[in-house]
Design a binder for this molecule. Structure first.
Ligand code: HXC
Ligand code: NAP
Length: 266
């Protein structure tokens, strides 16, 4: 089977938490082009309505349900709606996240907790709530993590801690749920163009250039780069892959790839 055929996800039911914008919406739109039925979840019904309208206008099938991933009961209720509308779920993308740039000494306990709650506990809530409604065997669960999970960063203590937790949760759930034919993986995007995430981390052209200059591949990635990896993980071509964090990051995880001037040869 060719993973890049147009109908590779034909008839598959895909639930995307945090699917109303950015990278996660890029995944949803790409999956719709490959035949999937999409259920998007985020807090804002207005954003969801726009996202759904875009997918439908392009010939896809989608619904949008407003809920906060910090609220397990609300996520569960959304998943029941999805199951009633489309049937059991084949693919879950857990990508809801929050970020702001702040020094740890200036961050309130609630500021730190807010990002842990959305990113890490939200991911547990989404994957755990989805469990009863998954098609087993065969389901593919994909969380969106970040290089900060394995590479410390200043002003990102909350995100580093939350995303590190997502990486470990991915591996633990892969071990517990693999026997039922559920695969659990994550994608770690590097800096991605035209996203809220990079608008917050590098808001000026000068900051953007500095970020690019430190990357091995010297450029931002695109939403399509991440969607291609997600499509692979969602497809049967990845049938023997679980518990893996796939870096799609231009080398971001490797660290600063600026090439300094060579010292004179001795
Ligand atoms: C310090 C801040 C802050 C800031 C919020 N807080 N912004 N502290 N600096 N810039 C504090 C608040 O003061 C408050 O603490 C606590 O955080 C909760 O703030 P609320 O505004 O009440 O939270 P909420 O409405 O739940 O909004 C969550 C949010 C918001 C994360 C703060 O920005 C949001 O909704 N973001 C979603 C979109 C987003 O961030 N997208 C980017 C994802 S990219 P106190 O103590 O005052 O009550 C990403 C990066 C990955 O995840 C890596 C990229 C490479
Ligand atoms: P984004 O556009 O802000 O996407 C975040 C999504 O999550 C939105 O749909 C948002 O919609 C939703 N959301 C936020 N808080 C929520 C909550 N409490 N409950 C439910 N939904 C919530 O950001 P992005 O930059 O594309 O990031 C998407 C993912 O990629 C995140 O997991 C992020 O950590 C990861 N990532 C991004 C980059 C990058 O370069 N941008 C790099 C590495 C990793 P509502 O506002 O409607 O809730």
């Amino acid at each position: 089977m060719n993973a890049f055929r147009d109908d590779v996800l034909a008839g598959k039911v895909v639930f995307v938490a945090g699917g109303s914008s950015g990278i996660n919406l890029g995944i949803a739109e790409h999956f719709a082009r490959h035949g999937a039925k999409l259920a998007l979840l985020s807090r804002s019904q207005d954003k969801l309505d726009m996202a759904v309208a875009g997918i439908v206008a392009a010939g896809g099938e989608a619904i949008g349900i407003a809920a906060d991933v910090r609220d397990f009961a609300a996520v569960d209720a959304a998943l029941i709606q999805v199951q009633q509308h489309f049937g059991n779920i084949d693919v879950v993308i857990s990508g809801a996240a929050g970020n702001f740039v702040a020094a740890a000494k200036d961050m309130s306990a609630n500021g730190f907790k807010t990002v842990i709650d959305i990113d890490l506990i939200g991911t547990f809530n989404v994957l755990r709530a989805a469990y009863p409604y998954l098609n087993k065997p065969g389901a593919s669960l994909i969380s969106i993590t970040a290089p900060q999970a394995v590479k410390a960063a200043v002003y990102q203590a909350h995100v580093c801690a939350a995303k590190a937790g997502i990486n470990m949760l991915t591996q633990c759930l892969a071990m517990e749920w693999g026997a039922e034919g559920i695969r659990v993986n994550a994608i770690s995007p590097g800096p991605i163009a035209d996203t809220e995430g990079m608008a917050r981390l590098a808001p000026t052209p000068e900051m953007e250039q500095k970020v690019k200059a430190r990357l091995a591949l010297r450029d931002y990635g695109s939403k399509r780069d991440i969607a291609d990896v997600a499509l692979f993980l969602a497809s049967d071509n990845a049938r023997y892959i679980t518990g893996t964090i796939i870096d799609c990051d231009g080398g971001s995880k490797l660290g600063d790839a600026t090439l300094p001037e060579l010292p004179p040869r001795r």
